[in-house]
Design a protein around this ligand. Sequence first.
Ligand SMILES: Cc1cc2nc3c(=O)[nH]c(=O)nc-3n(C[C@H](O)[C@H](O)[C@H](O)COP(=O)(O)OP(=O)(O)OC[C@H]3O[C@@H](n4cnc5c(N)ncnc54)[C@H](O)[C@@H]3O)c2cc1C
Length: 568
Amino acid sequence: MKRDVLIVGAGGAGLYAALSAVKENKDLDVAVLTKVYPTRSHTGAAQGGINAALANVDPTDNEELHTFDTIKGSDYLADQEAVKYMCYEAPKIIRAMEHMGVPFSRLGNGKIAQRPFGGASKDRTCYSADKMGHVMLHTLYEQCIKEGVEFLNEWFMLNIVHDGKRAIGVTAINIATGEVELIRAKSIILATGGHSRIYWGYTSNALGCTGDGTAAALRAGLPLKDMEFLQFHPTGLRKSAILVSEAARGEGGHLKNALGERFMKKYAPEKMELGPRDLVSRSIMQEIREGRGFKDEEGREYVHLDLTHLGEEKIKERLPQIRELAIDFEGIDPIKEPIPIKPTAHYAMGGIHTNVKCETPIEGIYAAGEAQCVSVHGANRLGGNSLLDIVVFGNVAGKEAVRYAEGTDFADGGEEKLKEDIEFINELMNKESKETLGDMRNELGEIMFKHFGVFKNEKEMQEGYAKLKDLIERAHKNLGVEDKSKIFNLDLQSTLEFFNLLEIADVLAYASLQRKESRGSFYRDDYPKRDDENFLYHSMITKNPDGSFNYEKGEVDISLYEPAERKY
Ligand SMILES: Cc1cc2nc3c(=O)[nH]c(=O)nc-3n(C[C@H](O)[C@H](O)[C@H](O)COP(=O)(O)OP(=O)(O)OC[C@H]3O[C@@H](n4cnc5c(N)ncnc54)[C@H](O)[C@@H]3O)c2cc1C
């Protein structure tokens, strides 16, 4: 199989990249390869909205303020020119999507409505009730079909193949048949999404957010950047960790402890519930730690998100999905009762290192979306900035990949890698499992949440890392595939995903131990202060053939705003 431009991933980043690529050059073969049907990508779960300084609600808003808020939110670890590019592109790309047919919610005057969001100084988040990602994903998919993008649905990418200088292609399993193939491509865009499933059982992410592309990049010798930064969203449902969008607080929801206090007044007196996510998550955990949280019969600790004062009409109009989720998964109607919530692992700031053109160090290999780290989110992403990031950089990646494909031919090689992958899968299929995948995944989630959670310290992390190493060793020794069939073998797929999760968890743990400071989402009790003198750098990690890591320090672009203390 051969395609000029092969995009792996059909979330917002992959679909926007595909759309830009076909519009750029109709004569190239552009294909999207995806393990789930495109409209089931995690982008479809995004609720709250997408940021752009349209100034529809507050006429004093502008792109410069958006840039500053994002940099401040990032705790000064974002690359400032890259942030500026994203924020100035935002109004253009929102209008482009509006013209494609994305059904945004409207103000009385017909303009796109905007709501307040965490860490933003103005009402800047464009929305479609609480289903922003869903409507974006469906509209982009329709547009791709209209423009003739080819879809390889339900194909699972295994590895990225290159010759040390440029892209050769990827190896992938056709899930429907179980056949493993080498797909050659002049350019490849990795748009495989995030990896918060390493916190199995404690995450808002879909089952498929297993960092497959990020792990494959690591195996292919590409650098991963800022992997220690993983954001906890303050409001996951108590039992399932399913997300309750920031829109709930944007619309005026209150966080309350067991004493009925709006405790955010202690931690962010000005922004209150709309402080940035890292701060709000820590505040909730602090209340729980100090005994002011609730505890249910099963020992789960939580606080309340109270929407009751918003009234039935507003909840039904602006937050219908949140109401449904609270009823289905907690048995609680937010019109009548507060929602039990706790922080949930939500978003990976770290990922595959690229420059602003979405280029990795290997020619013809690009990354976009949550899998990518430019970095525009630094140590902490603001709500509404990811849906923006994925389309802005999806657009760039699509164009750059076309430009490269136009000037090159298919590279030779890759047969060895294909053979290796087929052998690896045969081995897994023939092995008897001595432990079960389900138990091991839960164990991974427990280790990560307990030892690499909202609060961290050296001792806890070292203990956690030892447990993780043991789990990795056992998984390689004891885990096989129970289901021996070739057709739609989801047991095999889940096992491969689990191996990817383990690789990512390993890097995240390793990177966390190197950073002896607190910054944005990354908080250590033993080093509670930000330390610009020693740690204002991007961590860059590559893997050696023997499995050890190389750790380097990448420069942060602070050319626009001097780092300052964050106050909210
Ligand atoms: C519950 C929730 C709510 C959110 N709400 C918001 C919000 O309101 N605003 C905001 O800005 N951000 C929000 N986010 C974050 C944002 O939605 C995501 O960061 C973003 O959608 C990621 O898009 P993506 O295209 O990079 O990846 P995804 O949408 O996750 O898509 C990944 C794609 O890669 C494919 N893939 C992965 N691995 C493989 C493989 N091995 N082989 C083949 N294909 C593969 C998948 O099939 C999928 O198509 C939310 C996130 C969550 C989880």
